[in-house]
Unconditional design. Structure first.
Length: 350
């Protein structure tokens, strides 16, 4: 965990907590002109989905995305690994398989040693190798803060693409990874994260969501996304809005990283959690006297978070088996989709 260069001191934010708040982003995009219609563009900007999808032919669709951010950890190689894993997640979230990636690199050349920058890049290469794809190039600039990520390209059968706006009434919601990454990062910035907590954070954020490619082939998986900077509530609300449905989640069923749970109870949280709540809290129903620390956990920005799957009840066992076979031991049912306005209702509290 120790590093001679503490990367987080060079950035004002870290990981997916750097994302522009949902409400601000919506205002920015509201005035954008509607693009022309392209018959082969299967997924564009209309649904706030994880990646763009373009049909090449009856058997192939190409999936393209980009994701990059500032350091969430101080260790250079870990930063590169986390950023690359997070970027590839958007391809898996569409039900696709990555085929190659390009690096997006912005570094303060006058502040960071070249060895540190090489370690960041090496971390990205290692993740791409683990995913079985080449990191085939990229682009770099001299920037005031460290930035790293990938342009990721994947491929899938057009019928296997999983959008975030196709959930159906009665679908069961399954979450693949535990929550709490933002809380761990908040403690780390204060120098108060234990070695065990740091290992929890790195282990979960560098676990590739490759199970998404398998889930793409299941017809009873109706919608899928990954939980990142807008937190569980924000990304579930995107699913609700796109699908024109409501959702209920059961707080006591949520998987939470053990150290993050302890820290949340002690009041650790990110500023992004409050920005998230300010953006979409009006669309969330909470139990009476719901503790503030639990609300912040539901709004906690996840970096390289888990897949959120909406599937038919008959497919729950198969979906969970796929998660568990790929090493996602915490994957579990957290709620369901239902008729009604695009809102999320939270039941229960610890």
């Amino acid at each position: 965990m120790a590093s001679p260069i503490k990367l987080t001191q060079y950035s004002h934010g870290g990981g997916c907590g750097c994302k522009i708040a949902p409400a601000v982003l919506a205002q920015m995009l509201a005035a954008m002109p509607r693009p022309p219609s392209y018959p082969n563009l299967m997924v564009g900007t209309e649904s706030s989905d994880d990646a763009a999808v373009y049909r090449l032919n009856d058997l192939q669709a190409v999936v393209v995305t980009t994701d990059f951010f500032m350091p969430i950890v101080d260790d250079a190689r870990d930063f590169g690994r986390i950023a690359a894993t997070n970027a590839l997640s958007d391809v898996y979230a569409m039900g696709a398989t990555p085929i190659l990636a390009l690096a997006v690199v912005g570094m303060p050349i006058d502040k960071l040693p070249l060895d540190t920058i090489r370690d960041i890049l090496a971390g990205g290469v290692a993740v791409c190798e683990a995913a079985g794809i080449p990191l085939a190039g990229g682009h770099s600039i001299d920037a005031p803060e460290p930035i790293y990520g990938l342009v990721a390209v994947g491929i899938a059968h057009p019928d296997h693409i999983k959008r975030n706006d196709r959930a159906q009434t009665g679908d069961v919601l399954i979450l693949g990874k535990p929550l709490g990454v933002g809380i761990l990062s908040a403690a780390m910035k204060k120098g108060e994260l234990s070695d065990a907590g740091y290992r929890e954070m790195v282990d979960t954020t560098t676990q590739l969501n490759c199970v998404g490619a398998k889930l793409g082939g299941l017809t009873e998986v109706h919608a899928m996304t990954d939980v990142t900077g807008f937190a569980l509530l924000g990304h579930l609300l995107e699913m609700c809005r796109g699908s024109k449905l409501g959702a209920t989640i059961h707080y006591t069923q949520l998987p939470i990283l053990p150290t993050a749970l302890q820290l949340a109870q002690q009041g650790y949280a990110t500023g992004a959690a409050e920005r998230n709540w300010s953006s979409y809290g009006a669309e969330v129903n909470l139990p009476r006297d719901f503790p503030e620390w639990q609300r912040k956990l539901l709004c906690d920005p996840q970096t390289s978070g888990g897949l959120l799957v909406a599937c038919a009840p008959s497919a729950v066992a198969e979906v969970l088996a796929a998660f568990h076979a790929d090493g996602f031991a915490a994957a579990c049912v957290i709620g369901q989709m239902e008729e009604g306005a695009a809102r999320v209702s939270v039941l229960g509290k610890a």
